[in-house]
Ligand binder design. Structure first.
Ligand code: NPW
Ligand code: K
Length: 501
């Protein structure tokens, strides 16, 4: 698990490393610059191409100067440094790196206003204007200058954080930010890099390690954590000898109407392929043929007309409700029944969430430890409109704590908010998975993991990870443009077995 730190905490880790490793601050900057250059050398090997390095006068600018010097040592022939003296301040390490640069023959100039900048015609721009020290939205000279650079046709490589981009906190919709083709960031992705707003400003991000003290960063106990494969390997249990279907539980998926049987089929398939010993689908009678022909391993509990089915609650180790269920009277009655009669954690998705949004009194009946899986719109229907993903995260965290539930906020980096106040960012999945029915499969996977005896938290972390991982395994090596949910479900047994060897 990689702690994701705010800028303030990164500064603390920075200071701790400087005094405890110990390493001089200027040497830590040198290490950061070397890490950047190591990556840059491999990906921009043409040493004749002109590179413009724009440096502010803080430590981000200091990095820029050190990087310009190192690239020059690596025989990059056309490096042009511009220092923006838009304020009187300059950090000590910036000043030291300026002295070091002056001992080379790299040309540099200093400008006091955006108007002094001459037309840019380098195909590569290195952005070292401002980094994680940004403390207010850009205005004045920086704003003009960034707007100008955004109009230039060049590949922009940002050091650590693109100028004007807040590493955490709500991002304003009209924020002026230097748009980066690539960000080479130090130690960890910044929290806002993992939220959808980043897509307007950052095309691609690479993380390079600069050796900040890991024990110290863990001790900060950040609420924001990035889940890696090794974490899932610790949680996922291999199937053992001398076990039988009873060992792996019975999941009930309450989903689908006549015209939305697909959602029920995909959820149920997600449950079966994720390894529940038994999966029953509670569906309308009109869907029975579809169910039997789609996956004969599934069992049916029939909902007939307006009457509710006779559900033997004790039979099921977990229940998921919602995909394709509709928001009519019957669906509402069904959900109310479940919330009244079933006391273990359940999974609520899609129309299950929409029903709660319309009938908020139901909120109080959700069993503790239950898992809600909203996408952005469902989330806002449940908890009110939000204008930024950062605000959504804070709401998710608060609601999960107050209601003792898990909220899986679906997104590129799906986030699980827990009752303990943690926000876990998932690291798998890809754009080929952006297709209808994908969430239904996730719902089935979660119900399946609960049925198999995983805690709600482990079910969330494992479920979201394997769902994305199966999608990655199908899409990435085969360069598939789209992965269909049914295929993804079929991939799950292989994905899971790879994670348990
Ligand atoms: N973390 C690490 O471990 C390591 C970090 N390193 C590097 O340090 C970088 C952080 O450096 P940093 O703290 O000096 O901040 P930086 O981004 O250079 O800017 C500071 C200046 O900007 C100013 N300023 C702020 N907002 C502004 C605005 N809107 N418009 C105008 N001005 C604005 C602010 O002025 P003030 O408001 O205080 O007057 C201040 O003077 C980090 O991104 C990484 O590259 C590595 O070298 C080594 C290891
Ligand atoms: K920068």
């Amino acid at each position: 698990m990689l702690p994701l730190l705010t800028s303030a905490d990164i500064r603390k880790a920075d200071e701790y490393t400087i005094s405890h490793e110990p390493v001089a601050s200027i040497d830590l900057m040198e290490r950061a610059a070397r890490a950047f250059v190591g990556w840059f050398l491999n990906h921009f090997p043409d040493k004749q191409k002109a590179i413009a390095v724009y440096c502010g006068t803080g430590n981000n600018g200091g990095d820029g100067l050190a990087i310009a010097r190192m690239l020059h040592q690596h025989q990059y022939k056309n490096i042009y440094v511009t220092i923006t003296r838009f304020s009187d301040k300059a950090s000590a390490d910036f000043t030291e790196n300026l002295t070091r640069l002056q001992h080379t023959d790299v040309p540099f100039k200093e400008v006091n206003s955006a108007a002094e900048v001459t037309a840019e015609n380098c195909p590569i721009i290195i952005d070292a204007l401002l980094g994680s020290g940004l403390n207010k939205p850009l205005d004045g000279e920086y704003k003009h200058f960034v707007e100008y650079l955004n109009s230039v046709d060049a590949t922009v490589v940002a050091i650590d954080v693109p100028t004007g981009f807040f590493a955490e906190g709500a991002i304003e919709q009209d924020a002026v930010v230097l748009k980066a083709d690539l960000v080479i960031t130090f130690q960890q992705p910044k929290i806002n890099f993992l939220l959808p707003e980043a897509s307007h400003y950052i095309n691609c991000c690479e993380v390079v390690n600069i050796g900040l003290d890991e024990e110290f960063t863990r001790s900060l106990d950040s609420p924001y954590q990035y889940i890696e494969e090794k974490d899932i390997r610790k949680l996922l249990k291999p199937r053992k000898r001398f076990t039988n279907k009873g060992t792996y539980g019975h999941a009930l998926i309450i989903a689908g109407e006549e015209k939305t049987m697909g959602a029920a089929l995909l959820s149920s398939a997600g449950s079966a392929y994720a390894g529940a010993g038994l999966t029953s689908a509670c569906i309308p009678a009109s869907g029975l043929t579809a169910l039997n022909s789609y996956l004969p391993e599934l069992m049916a509990v029939i909902r007939d007309g307006n009457s509710l089915p006779d559900i033997k609650w004790d039979k099921y180790n977990s229940i998921a409700i919602g995909p394709g269920l509709g928001t009519g009277e019957n669906a509402l009655e069904l959900l109310s029944e479940v919330l009244t009669n079933y006391k273990r954690p359940i999974v609520i998705d899609a129309d299950g969430l929409n029903l709660i949004a319309i009938n908020s009194v139901l909120f109080g009946n959700i069993p503790q430890g239950s898992i809600l899986t909203p996408h952005m719109k469902e989330f806002d229907r449940l908890f009110g409109e939000h204008t930024s993903w950062w605000d959504r995260l804070q709401t998710a965290r608060k609601q999960a704590e107050e209601r003792y539930i898990y909220i899986i906020l679906k997104n590129d980096y799906t986030i699980t908010a827990t009752p303990q106040g943690k926000l876990y960012f998932n690291s798998t999945s890809n754009a080929a998975m952006a297709t209808g029915g994908m969430g239904d499969v996730l719902t089935g996977i979660l119900a399946s993991l609960l049925a198999q005896g995983y805690s709600s938290e482990d079910a969330c972390l494992i479920g979201v990870y394997i769902h994305g991982k199966a999608g990655d395994e199908l899409a990435l090596p085969n360069r598939m443009n789209v992965v269909l949910p049914g295929k993804l479900a079929q991939q799950l047994p292989l994905t899971m077995s790879k994670l348990t060897v």
